[in-house]
Ligand binder design. Structure first.
Ligand SMILES: [Fe+2]
Length: 153
């Protein structure tokens, strides 16, 4: 039972990673203007990482006796950079939820699967934090207070 739930959630994560390969690639093709200089490579690197994650999920699913999905999750498209970054943040959060659900489906004594998932969850959290900074959802409050103090004095 727990094994079936684990496989189901790993397959969900795989569908988000497959969507990530396509979505990040699409964003790398579509980004234009001065930002292209930086963001073409950024999106290509993210697509490559999603591909690596998809491959390790596919291998893990077979090791657990499952069949890896060939269906990507919903792919979000835009020609606007800020919108692209928001869409990527949403995708990373969806993937994180699937990884967390897979972790919760592990048996208590299944240390190896849990550890494997924890490494991936830590990785995904860094992606989310970076995208939150890029979309300005995450800002340093301490820094902005210091800036205000400097302006006042
Ligand atoms: Fe990933």
């Amino acid at each position: 039972m727990a094994r079936a739930e684990l496989i189901e959630n790993l397959n969900k994560a795989l569908s988000f990673e497959l969507a990530g390969v396509i979505q990040y690639s699409q964003h790398s093709y579509l980004v234009t203007g001065l930002e292209r200089e930086v963001y073409k490579k950024f999106f290509r690197d993210q697509a490559e990482e999603a591909q690596d994650h998809a491959e390790s999920l596919g291998d893990k699913l077979v090791a657990l006796g499952g069949i890896p999905t060939v269906e990507p999750a919903m792919i979000r498209q835009s020609t606007d950079l800020k919108e692209m970054l928001k869409q990527d943040l949403e995708l990373e959060r969806d993937a994180m939820a699937a990884y967390m659900a897979a972790w919760a489906a592990c048996d208590d004594n299944d240390i190896a699967q849990k550890f494997w998932l924890e490494e991936r969850i830590a990785d995904e959290q860094l992606h989310i934090e970076e995208l939150e900074k890029l979309t300005s959802e995450r800002i340093s409050k301490v820094n902005s207070e210091k800036i205000i103090l400097r302006e006042v004095s």
